[in-house]
Design a binder for this molecule. Structure first.
Ligand code: G1P
Length: 286
């Protein structure tokens, strides 16, 4: 019996230095893709995948994320008073207790950010979503992974092929035998030096993990870049627990970079009936 995945951790404490100066005073997760902040897409993905509790691991200057999912009393009262529909606010509403926050007080790495949520996660499987990786697919990436997880259990992490010239920027897996979209993971390495990656399959930031990974993170061991890496903690569990990669069928946009951000805006604008015609005309004209 696999235990249901009810909780998801969103590491959102990052400084977003690749998007400066925009991110000097606005969290990168609040920058808009079409007309919604980036974080909304990750929350929508988690909601559609059946996640009930979202855990933000935030830092200083990130309180607009909590405000965004709260009730905006003045705004809503003013809009209602003028007879305006509150429908556009619907996705940004959260149920009581649906979103909780914990602080990562120092930027010690992704593994450390996930570890900051350990008490809220408790002793159950959980998902991790990196919001700056925008994953587009139907069903969405995490929903596809949950479906696979419910069949095989253990740990399921998304994997995607990238050119060999890019593997040094990511966590990379060494694949074993493949069954449909699932591939057994033999090893994982964070940011392998160029020319040493065990494959072209990188980790694009969607994970379903068993709670034992928190125990691995307790050691606070540092890895690539002197940071506490989630990839290293997972790697230490291989052989003790099942680890499968889920080969995601969809598009990935790296919204932590300016080019990825612009492309994601175009991709999503073209999917929106109300926005697409003008954008398509403009792009056609180019
Ligand atoms: C993090 C993870 C890495 C993953 C990447 C995806 O790296 O450590 O394994 O491939 O996100 O974006 P970062 O981008 O924080 O350096």
């Amino acid at each position: 019996m696999t235990r249901r995945v009810r909780k998801a951790v969103f590491p959102v404490a990052g400084l977003g230095t690749r998007l400066l100066p925009a991110t000097k005073s606005v969290p990168k997760e609040m920058l808009t893709i079409v007309d919604r902040p980036l974080i909304q897409y990750a929350i929508d993905e988690a909601r559609e995948a059946g996640i009930e509790q979202m855990i933000f691991v935030t830092g200083r200057g990130k309180s607009s994320l909590d405000d965004y999912f709260d009730i905006a009393f003045e705004l809503e009262t003013t809009m209602s008073g003028k007879g305006k529909s509150l429908d556009p606010l619907a996705p940004s509403r959260s149920g009581f207790g649906e979103i909780v926050s914990v602080r990562q007080q120092q930027p010690l790495g992704l593994g450390h950010a996930v570890w900051c949520a350990r008490d809220i996660v408790g002793d159950e499987p959980f998902a991790v979503l990196l919001p700056d990786e925008l994953m587009l697919g139907r069903p969405n990436c995490l929903a596809q992974m949950v479906e696979a997880y419910e069949k095989v259990g253990g740990n399921v992490v998304a994997a995607l092929e990238v050119p060999a010239s890019e593997t040094h920027k990511y966590g990379v897996i060494e694949p074993g035998s493949t069954d449909g979209r699932l591939t057994e993971i033999r090893a994982m390495v964070e940011k392998p030096p160029q020319g040493t990656a065990p494959s072209n399959l990188m980790l694009p930031g969607r994970y379903i993990l068993q709670p034992e990974v928190m125990g691995q993170l307790d050691s606070q061991e540092t890895g690539a870049g002197g940071e506490i890496q989630l990839t290293d903690a997972m790697a230490r569990l291989i052989g003790k627990q099942p680890f499968n990669a889920f080969l995601f069928d969809g598009q990935r946009h790296d919204c932590g970079s300016a080019s990825g951000f612009v492309i994601a805006n175009i991709a999503l604008a073209l999917e929106r009936d109300d926005v697409a015609p003008k954008v398509r005309d403009y792009l056609g004209g180019l």
